[in-house]
Ligand binder design. Sequence first.
Ligand code: IMP
Ligand code: MG
Length: 188
Amino acid sequence: MSRPVDLANDIGEVLLTEEQIAARVAELGRKISADYAGKNLTLVSVLKGSLPFMADLMRQIALPLRIDLMEVSSYGGTATESSGLVRIIKDLSASISGEDVLLVEDIIDTGLTLNYLVRYLRGKNPASLKICTLLDKPARRLVEIPVDYQGFEIPDQFVVGYGLDYSERYRNLRFVGVLRPEVYSSLG
Ligand code: IMP
Ligand code: MG
């Protein structure tokens, strides 16, 4: 049985408020601005979940930069578990050879998606490649990922909002929260 999405009432707990996210994104932007001064910075973000983070982060970086967008989907998994089998739906638009690439992600969970992407991007000969993730769930990591910039470490809970989805919904929430348990069993 499917039930309608109720943005206002489907969230059980707010994990990160809009204000907490904005403050942390500003800090990350300052750090990245200091670290990448004089470099050829290209931000590569991974659609769709990283869209709000990318949009906010790039405006907190006081340096000339380029952006590029990829979209991947993992297949063979479920709505809350990724499988590590990654398909590129949208590739880079321009060469990143010689660029200092910062990969901007919404969340690292098992690390399987990012592990694939890092290997893919390294093959394109960037001058450097680092990782910036808003959320990190280290409890579920299956492969080691060097995280250079991390917004928040969160517990092993499935979260939605600020770009993150459950079955493609809830991405437009301004905060990060946990869905009420009954939503998982009833939305499909
Ligand atoms: P990984 O390959 O297991 O690291 O998963 C990465 C992708 O799974 C993320 O880019 C998200 O699209 C999705 N994902 C993992 N955990 C969550 C979550 O708690 N909420 C929403 N999406 C998630
Ligand atoms: Mg997703």
